[in-house]
Design a protein around this ligand. Structure first.
Ligand SMILES: Nc1nc2c(ncn2[C@@H]2O[C@H](COP(=O)(O)OP(=O)(O)O)[C@@H](O)[C@H]2O)c(=O)[nH]1
Ligand SMILES: [Mg+2]
Length: 193
């Protein structure tokens, strides 16, 4: 088993990597390219597990060489758990990539990083509702302070692949409940602010 850190550029993947890995880390170029990535090891329930800081990508439909490498690394590591790092202050933008990775059948943990920034901007995210919709663990994190990391790490071995059809069904159910709630004056969107 390996752990892949994936997400858009500038969401905090490298801060995650540095916080999770020990002293032994390697920087290498992806074979045949100048695209570099970091590889290290993290402790997971007493086991040393390889952690890869995958180049940032907006989607699994690559638009440049770095994105191509990101997609290849995902495909070459079928036995991986993917920690999908999203910027909690721009959560809608990152969800598409998370859904694409879930759809490919990888076990995923979603990190809502930059939680401190989201809080400063008064962006409220209903983490439980998002978890209910996605069917995978969702953990608020602030990588620069380490907040949420203990919980995040504990979810890596717990997560399992989910069917995208299930995600679509639960999203429809939640949105139906939200419109019913609105009629009654309630507020049920997963993201507000
Ligand atoms: N406020 C805040 N800044 C963060 C957080 N995580 C990362 N950063 C900062 O965001 C920038 C991008 O982080 P980096 O790890 O290089 O992003 P990457 O491109 O995904 O690897 C850096 O300046 C980090 O210090 C966080 O949770 N909160
Ligand atoms: Mg980085």
């Amino acid at each position: 088993m390996k752990v892949l850190l994936m997400g858009h550029p500038n969401v905090g993947k490298s801060v995650f990597f540095n916080r999770l890995t020990g002293a032994k880390v390697f920087e290498s170029n992806y074979p045949g390219t100048t695209v570099d990535f970091m590889k290290g090891w993290m402790r997971l329930e007493g086991e040393e597990v390889e952690l890869i800081d995958v180049p940032g990508t907006f989607s699994l439909d690559p638009k440049d060489l770095a994105e191509e490498v990101a997609v290849k690394m995902l495909e070459e590591n079928r036995d991986s758990v993917v920690v999908c790092v999203l910027d909690a202050s721009k959560v809608e933008r990152g969800l598409y990539l998370a859904l694409e990775i879930i759809e490919k059948g990888y076990p995923v943990v979603v990190a809502l990083n930059m939680w401190d920034v989201a809080e400063d901007k008064n962006i409220g995210i209903d983490v439980e509702k998002l978890e209910l919709i996605l069917g995978v663990p969702v953990v608020p994190t602030t990588a620069i302070s380490g907040e949420g990391f203990k919980e995040l790490v504990s979810k890596i071995k717990e997560t399992a692949p989910v069917k995208i059809e299930g995600v679509i069904e639960s999203a429809s159910a939640v949105s139906a409940a939200a419109s019913a709630g609105k009629e009654g004056g309630g507020e049920s969107a997963a993201v507000s602010g």
